[in-house]
Design a protein around this ligand. Structure first.
Ligand code: GDP
Length: 316
């Protein structure tokens, strides 16, 4: 049944920030941007300096616009931090980083939202102005913020990630606003129409788990699981960057490609693991998921494109 689908895509991606952006860059180099739609985590979104800041949406946006700072993986290239220096004095917040160009995005988004546009519409406006042809879709319009409970207090994920450098022990992870969050309708059209759905190598809990927690998305992916492929963000039991392994363990999951496969078990039929994890392939196959080994460390443009081609060529 393909009737009444307004929003169509050939490839649908589920994405967090930096890890996902590497894969997004690869796939956008080997297929037309028009053929890609990306549902992005908004659980890291934060209100600071009176501005609506959406870290993952911006990383994916800047990557597709070709303006991202490749060294850091976020923010614009050739940034200056004059505005932030003064804002930090006014607000007494010294841990959050945002360059002058980046702040322009936050100002534009905040202005649109103040004028009555929702986050989805604001995202479409930003991506259009930056000349992006792929469709970038926030997982929901509502306020949804991830909080981390630690022995020294409960804090917003960005504070835990940047200010605390993911050091405190994690007691609990809270998805605040999750009960009121409603998925952007286009997401269901994209799930139905996509030839392939790809879960990028992102933090399974706070980047993909947030998306899956929004009403109806997990169920829709379950129904489409035959065309869903995930890429493991965990290699040899560790993350390349960020707290994915620690958060997996905090929630009682094994921090390994097998742990991630189990976490995604209901919604995927294929799982790309790193060749270094070859010895774990059989355990994943035994879950009823076809595991595929490949060099998944996207350290340069060629590796990004090679991984994208591998995922696109997998026989479903
Ligand atoms: P974040 O904003 O950095 O949390 O970005 P994501 O949520 O997208 O994901 C971070 C995850 O991506 C971490 O678990 C990393 O191990 C993983 N990651 C980053 N780069 C790569 C890569 O080149 N290959 C693979 N397989 N995983 C990666």
């Amino acid at each position: 049944m393909r009737g009444n689908i307004i929003n169509r895509t050939k490839y649908l991606l589920l994405a967090g920030g930096v890890g996902a952006a590497k894969f997004v860059k690869g796939i956008a180099s080997v297929v037309d941007q028009e053929d890609i739609a990306i549902v992005v985590n908004t659980g890291d979104d934060i209100d600071l300096f009176g501005l609506k800041i959406c870290p993952d949406l911006d990383i994916i946006t800047y990557t597709l616009a070709g303006v991202v700072d490749d060294q850091k993986g976020w923010g614009f290239q050739d940034e200056s931090f004059n505005c932030l220096n003064i804002l930090s004095k006014y607000y007494g917040i010294g841990w959050f980083n945002a360059g002058d160009k980046d702040l322009a995005t936050h100002i534009f988004r905040t202005d649109l939202i103040a004028k009555g546009f929702n986050k989805y519409e604001a995202t479409q406006a930003i991506t259009q102005k930056l000349g992006i042809k792929a469709r970038i879709v926030p997982m929901c319009n509502e306020e949804f913020q991830t909080y981390i409970q630690t022995p020294s207090g409960t804090m917003h994920f960005e504070e835990y990630f940047i200010k605390e450098r993911c050091e405190p022990r994690v007691i609990k992870i809270e998805f605040r606003g999750n009960k009121n969050a409603r998925p952007i309708k286009a997401i269901f059209d994209y799930i139905k129409s996509a030839e392939r759905i790809i879960i990028c190598p992102s933090n399974p809990i706070v980047s993909i788990g947030t998306i899956l927690s929004v009403l109806g998305i997990k169920e829709a992916l379950k129904n489409a699981h035959k065309k869903v492929i995930a890429i493991s963000p965990i290699i040899k039991g560790a993350t390349l960057k960020g707290p994915a392994d620690k958060l997996m363990e905090a929630l009682g999951h094994e921090a390994s490609c097998v742990g991630v496969a189990k976490y995604y078990q209901d919604i995927i039929s294929h799982f790309v693991i790193d060749s270094e994890d070859y010895d774990r392939k059989i355990e994943i196959d035994n879950l009823g998921i076809q595991a595929h080994c490949f060099d998944t460390i996207m350290k340069d443009q060629k590796k990004k494109e090679d991984l994208a081609r591998f995922v696109l060529d997998l026989e479903l």
